[in-house]
Design a protein around this ligand. Structure first.
Ligand SMILES: [Zn+2]
Ligand SMILES: [Zn+2]
Length: 218
């Protein structure tokens, strides 16, 4: 199964409606995607909208997600709980990207909350972040998004050293950003990850992440 677990729609700052994103990803050869619009405490209704549309989309598996963005560090847990109770199945934390002023301590606080599935574009991660991601089974993101991707090589190196799980996502906002399996492969290899491991990250890690979630639910 091929998946992309970090995509934005018109419900936050993306260009496309969920139904168009779904169809275009099906055409690109994907089996499952998570739409993870930006949320803070003001717009949790976005998660409810995604829940509604996910029930109607049948051409691809559409997972309801949310990306906690620029959240004060001491409010991460509260917002993640709210997103979960509104129906978010995959929770992405907008990590400490090298190109945005994300609050210091976001990476560690997100992992320690125990409620985050993916730490997106985590930037210049420390050994402590990589080690805690392994302990908590939080997926560290290799991103195909411009700017955020500057630290892909660093993230990959630290994740491999500490045996923390990796995932490759697009963080797509526009039509040109939508992922293809070929692009995911290129970006994984470009981050210095060995080919065998890139294949595993693309083909197996999203399943592991998602099946863990469905097991937790029961
Ligand atoms: Zn955005
Ligand atoms: Zn994003």
């Amino acid at each position: 199964m091929i998946s992309d677990f970090h995509i934005h729609s018109v419900y936050s700052d993306g260009d496309l409606l969920p139904s168009e994103i779904a169809e275009r990803y099906r055409v690109n050869g994907f089996d499952r995607i998570a739409i993870t619009d930006h949320i803070d405490f003001s717009n949790l209704d976005v998660v409810e909208k995604l829940t509604k549309i996910s029930k109607e989309i049948e051409n691809i598996e559409l997972v309801v997600g949310a990306e906690l963005t620029f959240t004060p560090v001491d409010k991460i847990e509260k917002l993640a709980e709210k997103a979960r109770s509104c129906g978010a199945e995959v929770i992405v934390m907008h990590g400490e990207s090298p190109v945005e002023p994300v609050p210091d301590g976001t990476n560690i606080a997100a992992i320690e909350s125990g409620l985050i599935d993916i730490l997106a574009h985590p930037g210049y991660i420390t050994d402590e972040v990589a080690e805690k991601a392994r302990e908590q089974n939080v997926y560290l993101e290799i991103t195909t998004r411009c700017g955020h991707c500057y630290t892909n090589g660093h993230v990959a190196k630290k994740a491999i050293e500490h045996n923390a799980p990796l995932i490759i996502n697009s963080d797509a906002h526009h039509l040109k950003d939508l992922l293809t399996p070929k692009k995911a492969m290129k970006v994984g290899l470009g981050a210095g990850i060995p080919k065998k491991l890139v294949k595993e990250i693309i083909h197996e890690n999203p399943d592991k992440l998602y099946s863990r979630k469905t097991t937790n639910k029961t």
